[in-house]
Design a binder for this molecule. Structure first.
Ligand code: SAM
Length: 271
């Protein structure tokens, strides 16, 4: 783990000088009430909040889905987690949920955003059996061959691959379906895909268009998909009950949650 100084709101961090656009990882951090964001991220996030005032609650709903899906995987015996598009550490991180149940589990966090990676390394410190890797979902071969990935994950045993709130930043032109299939093919039967994805199914067209316009100025365009298109990511997987569901409806566990879903979530077991 590294301990380089972290960027603050007044000190541009890695990547910040080179890229002056609002950053999707830090906008999400702002929705969640985090403090690892810059003025430019907050301004864009506030624009989104004006259009969709419940975005913060929806982000919390997504995090609650992630925790439930991860807990479910550990309870089913999975001990290796590859969290791609992990973002900035927040409350109830994957390694905390996993290792509170099975301390011997390994977690690899991956993000393509160097600022998110720097923060993650700093905030996670020397958490045991946990590494942070800079990698890009759109280049799965590179990601799978990364030395920190191959050192941590035994691909002859089941792995839970997390693609939580990340695929909606990958346009069809960059072939996210092929990337997900490549990750699936790298894993053995019994492995899992834990996935959530933004949808605008049911959203009024004008606000949806305005929301996408804000992200058009950011580090990644927003690509909401229909339920049918999200389902296609589970090709080769058997969905566990209740299938691909609104996030708040996926195996609710009684944990208090406001339950605003702007997306679908599901867990598939590799056949
Ligand atoms: C909305 S955050 C989700 C964070 C976390 N997975 C969660 O659900 O709470 C999306 C994250 O995906 C990352 N991301 C977007 N495109 C990516 C790509 N092609 N490869 C890796 N990470 C990516 C962003 O940098 C950001 O940190």
């Amino acid at each position: 783990m590294t301990s380089e100084p972290l960027p603050t709101a007044t000190t541009p961090g890695p990547g910040a000088a080179a890229d002056s656009r609002p950053n999707v990882a830090r906008m999400y951090d702002y929705y969640l009430g985090g403090c690892h964001n810059f003025a430019i991220d907050r301004a864009a996030a506030r624009q989104v909040l004006e259009i969709f005032p419940d975005t913060g609650v929806a982000a919390q709903t997504n995090r609650a889905f992630l925790r439930r899906a991860v807990r479910h995987a550990v309870e089913q015996g999975v001990r290796q987690f590859l969290d791609i598009g992990a973002g900035l550490p927040t409350q109830g991180n994957v390694h905390e949920v996993v290792q509170s149940i099975a301390p011997d589990s390994r977690v690899v966090y991956v993000d393509y955003d160097e600022v998110a990676v720097a923060y993650a390394r700093q905030l996670l410190g020397d958490a045991a059996r946990t590494v942070v890797v800079e990698g890009d979902l759109r280049r799965p071969d590179e990601l799978l061959a990364h030395p920190d990935v191959t050192a941590s994950i035994d691909f002859t045993r089941p792995v839970a691959v997390l693609l939580v709130a990340v695929l909606h930043f990958v346009p069809d032109a960059e072939d996210p379906y092929a990337a997900v299939a490549r990750l699936r093919d790298a894993t053995v039967p019994g492995s899992r895909l834990l996935l959530s994805h933004l949808t605008l199914d049911g959203a009024p067209p004008l606000p949806a268009q305005q929301g996408r316009a804000v992200y058009q100025q950011s580090t990644a365009p927003l690509v909401p998909r229909t339920r049918a298109d999200i389902l296609r990511f589970f090709d080769g997987y058997e969905l566990v009950e209740p299938g691909l569901a609104w996030l708040a409806d996926w195996r609710p566990d009684g944990e208090p949650q406001a339950g605003v879903s702007h997306g679908f979530g599901g867990v598939g077991v590799r056949r």
